[in-house]
Design a protein around this ligand. Structure first.
Ligand code: F6P
Length: 497
């Protein structure tokens, strides 16, 4: 079956969350899980035993487990591009030959990291990582979340083609002590190659004797990197079958492996592998990524929610919502099935979010009293990341928990402007701590959840044709001479004369 039948979900009886808790004392146990140092709690969503059973039926009809097994077996599940999706193999969970190849690539990356640490490329204090989308968001999240615990190198992740982005990094860094990593799966991305060229000029202008000798390429197209001028010994390849937004486990993770050290990078991979094994081998009704996908699909298919919000109640995870936007929206923001059939009904919701408690003073008004129903996800850590008065972390956590409780309970008031309707859903992911292992598991959880959503929707989550048209038109606008609509032509004329 290419498209799911949601009628069993749409027929489920709507009951308020408070009633669901009142009538079922086992609710919390059934709708929670503990995996790899993360407590998952979906009890404040409208999922019920009946809903989980109905979703399990749809999962069966959409062959979720078959697709999952095909994913880890390295089969060609990215059918539109004719390739496998083997990010699992990067952490040891995949087809044996792909796991061996990933280990070889990791060994090569480790060799270069050892050489840099031994100053074989000269003194290094700064890493200037250039990449965009999946070639930037993952490393940026890792370095931002974990970097403060490891005082090794200063890292700047530059993605935007706006020269302000790279100039900010150039102002901070000494060219004589900088390694430039050019991260691009295809090694054709305009923004990345322009930034790489400017970085090269900066090294030259800074008096670096062998500027190319300070540059490293992270890519699935090693020939193109060599053609660009990077010496083959400093090209760190990864497999074509690792998708861009799933690539932080490969050599794209180089700045994180360098900044955190190899042991930490291996811990990250092991945490992800643990989550892979949970996803692969746990029955659906206890499977964390699958239950999360059931909740996602409940709100899109049954309640018509158009967005979902993720709030990291942890400053170290402030980039998590941006990372998830690409992972979820580029993967599942599709309107046809893997076979090209139009999908009747919504697919991926819009992922948005921010950091708590800041967001409480900005956007939570709409979540509590607005007319949109937005499923909210709280992500927090029991262990604090700071050495300040413990009250800082206590306030952070009590606020996260109180928001979930308030969204659900609401509060009546004679004055309508002061009344809270309540019955607004949330889920909570409570980490033991933010360390490489737990973060690896957390990211792998989101990957698997995205995959489970795609499998049940009948979508191929591994292509992204929707980003191509804009790229082509930008090239045409750059070349000139093409007829655009009157508005676009006017904008081009005003900017470039
Ligand atoms: O334009 C979208 C995209 O293809 C993403 O999927 C990808 O992560 C990003 O561009 C960067 O691509 P590359 O790593 O090939 O430079």
């Amino acid at each position: 079956m290419a498209t799911p039948d949601w009628s069993a979900i749409r027929a489920l009886e709507d009951k308020p969350l408070t009633a669901l808790f009142a009538e079922d004392p086992g609710r919390l146990d059934r709708l929670s899980a503990e995996v790899s140092g993360i407590r998952f709690d979906w009890s404040k969503t409208h999922l019920t035993a009946e809903a989980v059973a109905a979703f399990a039926g749809i999962a069966e009809s959409m062959d979720l487990t078959g697709k999952r097994d095909a994913l880890y077996a390295g089969e060609t599940i990215n059918v539109t591009e004719g390739r496998a999706a083997e990010h699992g193999a990067e952490r040891g969970e995949g087809a044996p030959e792909s796991v061996v190849q990933a280990r070889m690539f990791h060994a090569r990356m480790r060799g270069l990291i050892d050489a840099i640490e031994a100053e074989a490329l000269g003194p290094v204090r700064h890493i200037l990582h250039i990449g965009i989308g999946g070639s930037a968001l993952g490393p940026d999240l890792l370095v931002d979340a974990l970097g403060r615990d490891y005082d090794r190198y200063d890292v700047a992740i530059v993605s935007n083609v706006d020269g302000v982005a790279i100039e900010d990094a150039m102002d901070r860094f000494d060219p004589q002590a900088t390694i430039v990593a050019i991260a691009s799966k295809t090694f054709t991305t305009t923004e990345t190659l322009l930034n790489a060229q400017s970085a090269l000029s900066w090294l030259q202008a800074g008096g670096v004797e062998d500027p190319y000798g300070r540059m490293v390429a992270l890519t699935a197209a090693p020939d193109k990197a060599v053609e660009w001028g990077i010496d083959e010994t400093r090209v760190l390849p990864f497999s074509e079958s690792v998708g861009g937004r799933y690539s932080l486990w490969s050599s794209i993770g180089f700045p994180a492996a360098l900044a955190l050290g190899w042991d930490a990078f291996e811990e990250l991979l092991e945490g992800a592998a643990e989550m892979d094994r949970h996803f692969r081998f746990t029955e659906l009704s206890k499977n964390a990524p699958v239950l999360a996908a059931f909740a996602d699909l409940y709100y899109t298919q049954k309640r018509g929610c158009e967005t979902r919000a993720v709030f990291a109640y942890d400053q170290r995870l402030k980039l998590l919502p941006s990372y998830l936007q690409q992972l979820e929206m580029e993967s599942n923001g599709k309107r046809v099935t893997a076979e090209g059939e139009p999908i009747d009904g919504p697919t991926a919701p819009i992922t948005w979010g921010g950091v708590g408690t800041d967001a409480q003073h900005a956007v939570f008004q709409l979540l509590h009293q607005g007319t949109h129903l937005v499923p909210v996800e709280f992500v927090a850590s029991i262990e604090a990341g700071d050495a300040q008065d413990p009250d800082h972390h206590r306030q952070l956590l009590v606020n996260a928990f109180a928001q979930g409780a308030a969204l659900m309970a609401g509060r009546g008031h004679a004055d309508a402007a002061r009344a809270y309707p309540g019955d607004r859903p949330s889920s909570t992911l409570l980490l033991d701590r933010v360390d490489p292992r737990t973060l690896g598991a957390l990211i792998a959880f989101y990957e698997a959840r995205t995959f489970a959503n795609a499998a049940m929707l009948g979508i191929n989550p591994f292509d992204q044709f929707g980003v191509e048209l804009g790229k082509e038109m930008a090239k045409a606008a750059d070349r000139g001479g093409q007829d655009f609509d009157a508005s676009t032509s006017d904008l081009i004329a005003r900017a470039f004369g």
